[in-house]
Design a binder for this molecule. Structure first.
Ligand code: PLP
Length: 384
């Protein structure tokens, strides 16, 4: 059966994978080696040095390409290393148009590293696609989109943004960390590059830090491979193996994340002490229609604010939670709670942060795959 024809739930397990050539191992061995014997200079079996390529990493890269409906995958030492490689496609003087409530680390990388090298960034709300074109000028080269956005759960219409990108001959990159290809496939919606912090849902067990890029275009893939090898922020064999193992259960985990996410979002929305719940599955979510059209379900990421809530109230709730661990990160099997203003988004100035809704009282949940009733009971005792 042609692999391209496999459905998603089969691709997570078989996509890009073959039994190992040496002994037929069904699971890819962890090739913990930096170098490979050559019979004559250049006489090797496709691998010469593990920064350039390593068989375990190649197995992961092939799996990534398969689940994202791309042709080429690249695995990096972290999500930020993957983003770093994308921005290195650009030259001094170039401009990037980015979403405003994006991952704090991406914002820091853009502002504090790349601006020094003469690349500039505009951060705008992209929920209203009609407003994007006014920000494009002859220096703009790349549009960087995160959807759902972090932590406000805004949804951006990738297909419409891709039409604008094509019209102006710009690259469109989508950070698909929150949604995963179980929920949405950016390359199918017209994006050129899809990026992941595989640390989150793809790995799924909070035990690795890994980044990924997937593209369809050969020329673009070659440029990114060159940067990956030349800059060297690759993913090691052990982490490649763990991420690959995570991907094999992505679809079953995501199904449960979505079910639990819905239950928690509905519980919070009915709670008398809760002011606002941000989750794209609600019919009154401002971008619900787009979410419904480009996503298969709505995921397990939820943000909320308690009534009359202050910084102190939010801190009290996250401290009281027991089953939800107070921690950075998301997307693991275990439920996590975070306080964006003091944690993930602390590197974004307060004014900048509040403009996009990241107030001091906001709490973000990554709803795991534990028992639904236990999760709700924990929220009940913490919120009171
Ligand atoms: C975590 C995260 C990143 C950064 O990835 P790392 O693996 O931590 O380097 C980028 N984007 C989003 C949406 C994230 O959640």
């Amino acid at each position: 059966m042609s692999e391209k024809k496999l459905k998603f739930n089969s691709k997570t397990i078989h996509g890009g994978q073959q039994p190992d050539a040496a002994y037929g191992a069904v699971m890819p061995p962890i090739y913990q080696t930096s170098t490979y014997a050559q019979t004559t200079p250049g006489g090797h079996k496709g691998f010469e040095y593990s920064r350039s390529a390593n068989p375990t990493r190649t197995a992961l890269e092939n799996a990534l390409a398969s689940i994202e409906n791309g042709s080429f995958g690249l695995a990096f030492g972290s999500g930020l290393a993957a983003i770093d490689a994308v921005i290195k496609l650009l030259n001094p003087g170039d401009e990037v148009l980015s979403t405003n409530d994006l991952y704090g680390g991406s914002y820091r990388l853009f502002k504090q590293i790349f601006e020094k090298y003469g690349i500039s960034f505009q951060f705008i709300g992209m929920q209203d696609v009609d407003k994007i074109e006014a920000h494009i000028n002859n220096k703009t080269k790349l549009i960087w989109v995160e959807t759902p956005t972090n932590p406000m759960m805004n949804i951006i219409d990738v297909k419409s943004v891709s039409k604008i990108a094509k019209k102006h001959n710009l690259l469109l990159a989508v950070d698909n960390t929150f949604a995963t290809p179980y929920l949405q496939v950016p390359l199918d919606l017209g994006a050129d590059i899809v990026m992941h912090s595989a640390t989150k849902y793809l790995g799924g067990h909070s035990d690795v830090v890994v980044g990924a890029l997937v593209v369809k275009d050969k020329e673009l893939a070659d440029k990114l491979y060159f940067i990956q090898n030349a800059s060297g922020a690759v993913c090691g064999p052990m982490d490649s193996f763990l991420t690959l193992r995570g991907i094999k259960t992505l679809h079953v985990r995501m199904q449960r994340h979505c079910e639990n996410g819905r239950a928690v979002a509905e519980y919070l929305a009915k709670h008398p002490k809760i002011e606002k719940v941000y989750w794209p599955g609600f019919e009154n979510h401002p971008n619900h229609a787009i979410a419904k059209s480009q996503m298969n379900d709505f995921g397990g990421m939820i943000s909320f604010v308690t009534k009359g809530s202050s910084y102190e109230d939010a801190i009290k709730i996250v401290e009281k939670l027991q089953l939800f661990t107070l921690a950075e990160s998301l997307g693991g099997v275990e439920s996590l709670a975070g306080h964006p203003a003091s944690m993930t988004h602390a590197s974004i100035p307060k004014e900048e942060r509040e403009k996009s809704g990241v107030v001091d009282a906001l709490i973000r949940l990554s709803v795991g795959i534990e028992d639904q009733q236990d999760l709700i009971a924990d929220l009940e005792q913490a919120i009171g």
